[in-house]
Design a protein around this ligand. Structure first.
Ligand code: SAH
Length: 379
């Protein structure tokens, strides 16, 4: 159990994976199996009040109320797009905020969450990088995002007619918001456990995706300890170019990165790795780049996800044209490399990168991360 929760007086149960919750429950003199009952209340029903958990003994509830709490991040603003996309700005502390996005589609709903306040990795096309690194989110803040979104969404959720009984609005979780999840390994891994736990959010491990800029040693660690799908921000077919876009490449070049990815799939029995590729006009969007990707990925269990660049104030990059992106995709497909193009959603609520910060800043004193990359789906 991490010290930060205990030191706040009450233990925030959203920060504990099942074994940790069992240990906590035992530490206050109850049977470990009570942890599962508690989790059903917390994650199955979205309950935060111990007194409402009526099948737990009264004394136990009283003790929980004294020693524990269920506290998610506080909502600063909520926005809703005409296409159903929702965006929440959540308070991280007095001056910082993080973002979370929900993207509904036919028969599925994807929640994009953050793992850090800011980011230390300095990718040149990413607006979070401009903000610098502030701090890691705690496990409770990572799990709390999903818990909060589930509660908010379930209020007015109408399941699709053909969906299975008990269908909930969030079917997929992606760690593609602010931050580098593998740089916050210690807090992210227990959160992944809660997402996939039968008594947690009970989401299939293939429907939880962690996206990394390529922290190679942590990919090996994740192969041992994690249990989710992997996405990797590739963005360039050569080290020379990738060094300029994703500086961590100087430390962990492409060949090492790909080796780690294939190892991950072997260990996890995974189907494929998704490689994200931001389309930057005149930088990485030419046929030679597509051919370079073919050389790297052909014959491997890989899918490319082409992301039209979202500009933000101060950037010198431009988004590749739709025609260029289409040609790029065709080139990949014609050589047998799977590729999809991410479709931007929620434009009417300024959900693209860099659009959010200014507006909210005008209304509040909160200094915000100016990055929102989650509002995109594969087409
Ligand atoms: N740090 C992790 C996860 C967060 S970013 C990572 O790097 O993978 C999620 C995706 O959005 C990454 O592929 C990232 O490179 C991409 N991205 C960042 N800035 C972007 C921008 N301005 N336009 C489009 N995609 C961007």
């Amino acid at each position: 159990m991490s010290v930060e929760w205990v030191s706040q007086g009450r233990v925030n149960l959203l920060g504990l994976s099942r074994p940790e919750l069992e240990a906590f429950v035992a530490s206050i003199g109850s049977k470990p199996f009570r942890a599962r009952q508690l989790m059903q209340w917390i994650y199955g029903r979205g309950e935060s009040r111990f007194e409402a958990m009526t099948d737990l003994a009264k004394d136990f509830r009283a003790l929980l109320a004294e020693r524990a709490e269920i506290r998610a991040p506080e909502i600063v603003t909520t926005q809703r797009s005409a296409d159903g996309t929702r965006k929440w700005l959540l308070r991280a502390d007095a001056t910082q905020a993080i973002e979370m996005v929900f993207i509904p589609e036919e028969g599925r709903g994807t929640l994009c969450i953050s793992s850090q306040v800011g980011c230390a990795l300095d990718c040149s096309f990413c607006s979070t990088a401009q903000q610098g690194f502030n701090r890691n989110l705690t496990t409770a803040e990572i799990v709390g995002q999903v818990w909060l979104a589930a509660r908010e969404l379930e209020r007015d959720f109408v399941p699709a007619p053909e969906s299975s009984p008990g269908q909930r609005p969030i079917t997929n979780i992606v760690l593609m918001g602010m931050g580098e999840p593998l740089a916050n390994f210690r807090n992210v891994v227990p959160a992944l456990r809660v997402f996939t736990d039968d008594f947690g959010f009970d989401i299939s491990r293939r429907r939880v995706t962690l996206s990394t800029s390529g922290l190679v040693p942590q990919i090996y660690r994740l192969a041992e300890e994690g249990n989710v799908a992997l996405a990797v921000s590739l963005h360039a077919p050569t080290d020379e170019l990738r060094n300029t876009l994703v500086p961590i490449n100087r430390k962990h070049p492409i060949a090492e990165l790909l080796e780690a990815c294939w190892h991950y799939l072997d260990e996890q029995n995974g189907r494929s790795v998704t490689f994200e590729y931001v389309m930057l006009e005149g930088v990485n969007d030419q046929p030679e780049h597509a051919r370079g990707l073919v050389r790297l990925l052909k014959g491997h269990p890989a899918k490319l996800n082409l992301i039209p660049f979202n500009p933000f104030p101060g950037t010198h990059y431009r988004r590749s044209s739709a025609a260029t992106i289409q040609r790029f995709r065709d080139e990949l497909l014609s050589h047998g490399v799977l590729a999809t193009v991410r479709r931007t959603r929620g434009d009417d609520i300024d959900a693209a990168c860099g659009q959010l910060a200014g507006r909210v800043q005008d209304r509040t004193t909160v200094r915000l991360g100016n990055k929102l990359i989650g509002v995109a789906v594969q087409s």
